[in-house]
Design a protein around this ligand. Structure first.
Ligand code: ADE
Ligand code: ZN
Length: 319
C-alpha cells in the first residue's frame, strides 16, 4: 500500500498534528493540556462537538509562525512516508493571526517555507486551502476570505469552510465564497457529513467544484445523478466518518455505492491522528472491506489529480 502513489485533497493542518507534537509544544510553553489526552497519549474526545473542542484546544498552543513551520514540515514528512505525492491542506487564518491579513502573511510564509523544504527533501508537493470555520460565523469568515484573496496564487489555491455543519446556513457565507472565487481560488465546502442531501445542495449553490465529505448525498438518487453529471468530486474520508460515528462501520460506509452511481470520489484522512488513521490505513481498509485493487487506487488518484486546486501545467505532472 505504501508504494501506491496517493493524492490527498482533504487534510486539516492542525488536525494532522500528532498528539506527541502538540504535547511537546505545550511542554515548551508550560501549558497544561493534559485534559485533551487519553492515558495512551492519543487525543481524547467523545463525539464530533467534543472533537472540535479538543481540536481547538490542541491548536491553542500553536501561537507563532515558527510553530506552524515545524508543524507543516512534520506533517509533510509523515505524509510523504505514506506514499502521498501531493497534499492539499486546510489552513485557517482564524488560528493564524485571528483574521488579520498582515499576521496571516507571516504564518503563511512559514508554512510555504516548510512546504518548499518538503518538496525538495521528501519529494511531496502541497497546496493550501484557506478555510473559514462555520461555527465562528459569517463575519469572521469574511475576514478569512479577505486573507485568502490577499494571498491567492502561489501556494494558496483554494478556499473552503469546515467546522460545525449544524450551525447556521451555508448561504450565510456566500459573500466569502464570492470573494474567494473572484480571487481565482478553487472552492470546496464541508457538507453532507452531519447534514443530509439538502446540505450538499447548499454547498453546490456556493459554486464549489468539490465537497468535503458529501457522503450523505447517497440518501438522494437525484443528487447523486447531479454530482455525477456535473463532475463534482467528493473528498471522502471513510476512517474519519467511522471514528466520529457518521457510519457505524467500514462495511456500512457508502463510498462503494457513491462510486457505483458514477459520483467522482477521492479518499483522504481529514485529521489522521485524531482518528487513528493514515492514508496507507485507508487504502488497506478499502482493499480489505470492498476488495479495491491497484486499478481502483489508480482511479482514485486520477480523480484527485483532476480535482486538485492547481494550474494545468502542475496537474499534468500529477496525472
Ligand atoms: N474540521 C476538522 N475536521 C472536521 C470535520 N471532520 N468536519 C468538519 N470540520 C472539521
Ligand atoms: Zn474535514
Amino acid at each position: 500500500m505504501r508504494d501506491i502513489p496517493k493524492i490527498e485533497l482533504h487534510l486539516h493542518l492542525e488536525g494532522a498534528a500528532p498528539a506527541a507534537f502538540i504535547r511537546g509544544i505545550a511542554k515548551e510553553k508550560s501549558v497544561d493540556l493534559s485534559e485533551i489526552f487519553a492515558e495512551d497519549g492519543s487525543y481524547a474526545y467523545d463525539g464530533f462537538l467534543e472533537f472540535l473542542k479538543v481540536y481547538e484546544a490542541a491548536t491553542s498552543v500553536l501561537t507563532t509562525p515558527e510553530d506552524y513551520r515545524r508543524l507543516t514540515r512534520e506533517v509533510l514528512s509523515q505524509t510523504a512516508a505514506q506514499g502521498v505525492i501531493h497534499t492539499e491542506f486546510f489552513v485557517s487564518p482564524d488560528f493564524c493571526g485571528g483574521g488579520d491579513v498582515g499576521a496571516w502573511r507571516d504564518y503563511l510564509g512559514a508554512m510555504e517555507e516548510a512546504a518548499e523544504a518538503a518538496r525538495v527533501e521528501d519529494g511531496i508537493t502541497s497546496r493550501g486551502i484557506v478555510t473559514c470555520i462555520r461555527h465562528f460565523g459569517p463575519e469572521k469568515a469574511r475576514a478569512v476570505a479577505r486573507c485568502a484573496a490577499e494571498t491567492a496564487g502561489g501556494w494558496i489555491t483554494g478556499f473552503g469552510i469546515g467546522g460545525d455543519e449544524g450551525m447556521g446556513r451555508l448561504q450565510d457565507f456566500a459573500w466569502s465564497f464570492d470573494c474567494a472565487r473572484e480571487a481565482g481560488l478553487g472552492l470546496t465546502a464541508h457538507a453532507g457529513e452531519w447534514g443530509g442531501p439538502d446540505s450538499v445542495r447548499d454547498a453546490l449553490s456556493l459554486g464549489v467544484s468539490r465537497v468535503g465529505h458529501g457522503v450523505r448525498a447517497v440518501e438522494d438518487p437525484a443528487l447523486m445523478e447531479r454530482l455525477a453529471e456535473d463532475g463534482i468530486v467528493l473528498e471522502v474520508c471513510p476512517g474519519s466518518n467511522v471514528a466520529l460515528g457518521v457510519y457505524p462501520s467500514w462495511a456500512s460506509h457508502p463510498i462503494e455505492t457513491l462510486r457505483a452511481k458514477g459520483v467522482p470520489v477521492c479518499v483522504s484522512t481529514d485529521d489522521p491522528p485524531f482518528f487513528h488513521t493514515t492514508m496507507e490505513h485507508e487504502y488497506q481498509r478499502l482493499a480489505d472491506v470492498f476488495g479495491w485493487d491497484e486499478g481502483d487506487f489508480a482511479e482514485l488518484a486520477r480523480v484527485a489529480a483532476r480535482a486538485a486546486f492547481c494550474d494545468e501545467t502542475f496537474r499534468k505532472e500529477l496525472m
